[in-house]
Write a protein that binds this ligand. Structure first.
Ligand code: PMM
Length: 287
């Protein structure tokens, strides 16, 4: 049985008595599930505030798509996309996370009010990231990552996906701590869909307890991902489009919440906010 202590979040953020819901604000023209919809900064801010109204505890602002095959955006463009949106959302009272692989973007986003740095590369993409986060003293998400999105599918090769992801996350945690980040501020994330096929993602979701045994809060980001398309595919094998995977996403949210995840990262907040409340109620009834 999951205990409430086991769900404790990173130092530096509020504690919720249930799995937290992080809403996604992609300020990009090309993200795989909602690319272009919130590319205008005013629309992005409005979208972030709508997600908070729907029950998001945090909003995660990103300016670079990480979909498979994506090319990198340059630093100036990423800063231009992200920093004004972070500033406005934070000023409006939202708890903002910044989704970036660049230390400079993390630093400027924190100066603009971001309270959490979410790096899909876990500090591997930019040697300036860990020192920037250590100096800023904010919580840091270390995601499991094996290389840039342009060719990450080639790295989806495992003899034992759970064992390898656990070992590589442990190395990421140790690297961040060696670089000066307080371990109590670190969150781990299995990186669903990053150098992983559908079977790998499902195996990791089947073993969230083993990932939690790493002793850090866990973020689960399944929203609209390819593995859900694969699970939901019809007889012809065609997956439903990304925007028709929100009910499936909420199903993963309920399971992740029940397994003690600290937070889920989702595009459509309403259903996941309900799912975590139901999971919490069931947990309380069984305590
Ligand atoms: N996935 C995406 C972007 N950011 N951050 C974390 N911590 N974990 C993830 O799995 C993750 C992420 C890609 O999805 P999107 O393009 O729909 O935002």
């Amino acid at each position: 049985m999951v205990t409430l202590q086991a769900r404790s979040g990173p130092v530096g953020l509020p504690e919720w008595d249930r799995c937290a819901v992080m809403g996604v604000v992609n300020v990009t023209p090309d993200s795989f599930s909602d690319g272009g919809r919130w590319f205008d900064p005013e629309l992005a801010v409005k979208h972030g505030l709508d997600l908070v109204a729907q029950g998001a505890d945090l909003v995660d602002v990103g300016g670079e798509s990480t979909r498979p095959g994506a090319k990198r955006v340059d630093e100036a463009e990423e800063l231009r996309r992200v920093v004004p949106v972070v500033r406005e959302l934070a000023a409006a009272g939202a708890l903002v996370s910044v989704d970036t692989m660049r230390g400079s973007v993390a630093e400027q986003a924190v100066a603009a009010g971001a309270r959490l740095v979410n790096d899909v590369s876990g500090g591997l993409a930019d040697p300036a990231m860990v020192p920037a986060v250590a100096a800023a003293g904010v919580p840091f998400v270390v995601m499991h990552w094996r290389g840039q999105s342009i060719d990450m599918n080639n790295r989806a090769v495992y003899a034992d996906v759970l064992g390898e992801v656990v070992a590589e996350l442990r190395s990421g945690l140790e690297r961040a701590v060696a670089g000066g980040i307080d371990p109590a501020r670190i969150v781990l994330d299995p990186g669903l869909g990053f150098a992983k096929d559908a079977g790998h993602d499902l195996t990791l979701l089947a073993h969230l307890r083993e990932l939690r045994a790493l002793g850090r809060p866990l973020l689960v980001a399944a929203s609209r991902k390819r593995f859900l398309g694969r699970v939901l595919a019809g007889d012809d094998g065609a997956p439903p489009p990304a925007r028709e995977r929100d009910a499936a996403t909420a199903a993963v949210t309920a399971i992740a919440a029940r397994e003690g995840a600290w937070a889920v990262r989702v595009h459509e907040v309403h259903a996941s906010a309900d799912a975590v409340r139901v999971a919490r109620a069931i947990e309380a009834a069984g305590a």
